[in-house]
Design a protein around this ligand. Structure first.
Ligand code: PBE
Length: 311
């Protein structure tokens, strides 16, 4: 089957690349004025101006975007900066383009993510701790799921893996595999882990389960792995993509059965507070997650405080 969605995406990215290519020839002209050589030129460069004082964000509802907006408020040197919003895919494309042209870029980033395996990147230090510390990714289900669909509940409860596992799936998807395909490959190479998730459950005959997610690369990986495992157990699984707020609300309202995409305590702290009384927290499915501002290694900045305010 021809994959129109992917074709559209690739075509979109190539067009953007062409556009970026045109833009950067002008920039190069400016840069090659004077004796620009290596490090000296880099430290003299005002990265902020070159980036239009823009932090390249992702979906508007993402926690990392609100934290970036808080950072703009809290750090004096970010006065005049803005956080642009688009999508995780557009952010990744912008990052790839900037790296190809060795241009500066600041993105809202997170771990686990395939970008760290593909590119040399670093988190900017965050002395004011606006982005918080290490986080867990937790599983949340609707109230009543345990009684209605005990086997689905138990698999979701027992789902638990490591950052390296998630990264493996994400990387394969970013290299072009479909989420289902990447999930199935991971499952067949990690049958021991999967067996622990289905332990003590019985197969079912077409019981419907609806999982919700936001189309963040990390959650596409985890949700598809859980869905494929459930399908192997006889469930009919639907995955519904939503924005962050609606993802939480749909589980709290009992419209969806569950999600494996709750980043806590910081990133989704507000959504958790608003919905916690109406959903069931099944605990962490992954430890050691993190969010922050991420830049290419070649940029001569180490801390958020090294960025320059807009004049
Ligand atoms: N993320 C990925 C999400 C949570 C998972 C870090 C982009 C967010 O910022 O809300």
């Amino acid at each position: 089957m021809f994959n129109w969605k992917r074709f559209g995406m690739v075509a979109g990215i190539s067009l953007t690349l062409v556009a970026a290519g045109c833009g950067s020839s002008e920039d190069e002209g400016t840069e090659s004025n004077g004796d620009s050589n290596g490090d000296e030129a880099a430290s003299e460069m005002n990265y902020g101006e070159e980036m239009g004082y823009e932090i390249t964000g992702i979906e508007a509802g993402a926690g990392v975007v609100s934290s970036a907006e808080d950072a703009v408020e809290e750090y004096e040197n970010l006065s005049g900066w803005e956080v642009s919003t688009s999508s995780s895919g557009a952010m990744a494309a912008a990052l790839g383009e900037a790296i190809e042209n060795e241009e500066p870029i600041v993105v809202t980033g997170w771990t686990p993510h395939w970008k760290f395996a593909k590119y040399d990147l670093k988190y900017l230090e965050d002395p004011k701790e606006v982005f918080g510390g290490e986080e867990q990714i937790k599983t949340m289900v609707r109230q009543g799921l345990e009684d209605d669909k005990p086997n689905a509940y138990k698999i979701l409860d027992q789902f638990n893996w490591e950052a390296a596992d998630m990264e493996e799936v994400m990387l394969e998807i970013s290299d072009g595999a479909s989420p289902e395909e990447a999930a199935q490959n991971w499952i067949s190479n990690n049958q021991d882990k999967v067996d622990a998730w289905t332990e003590g459950t019985e197969e079912v005959d077409g019981t419907e389960v609806e999982l919700v997610l936001v189309n963040w690369d990390s959650e596409i990986a985890s949700t598809n792995v859980v869905a494929e495992v459930m399908k192997e157990q006889g469930f009919e699984v639907t995955i519904t993509p939503l924005d962050n707020g609606p993802m939480w609300e749909s589980v709290a309202a009992g419209e969806a059965d569950g999600m494996v995409a709750a980043w806590l305590p910081g990133t989704h702290g507000d959504q958790y507070e608003q919905n916690k009384d109406k959903l069931e927290d099944l605990g962490a499915n992954l430890e050691g997650a993190k969010i922050g501002l991420v830049v290419p290694e070649y940029m001569d900045v180490d801390s958020i405080e090294d960025l320059e305010a807009a004049e």
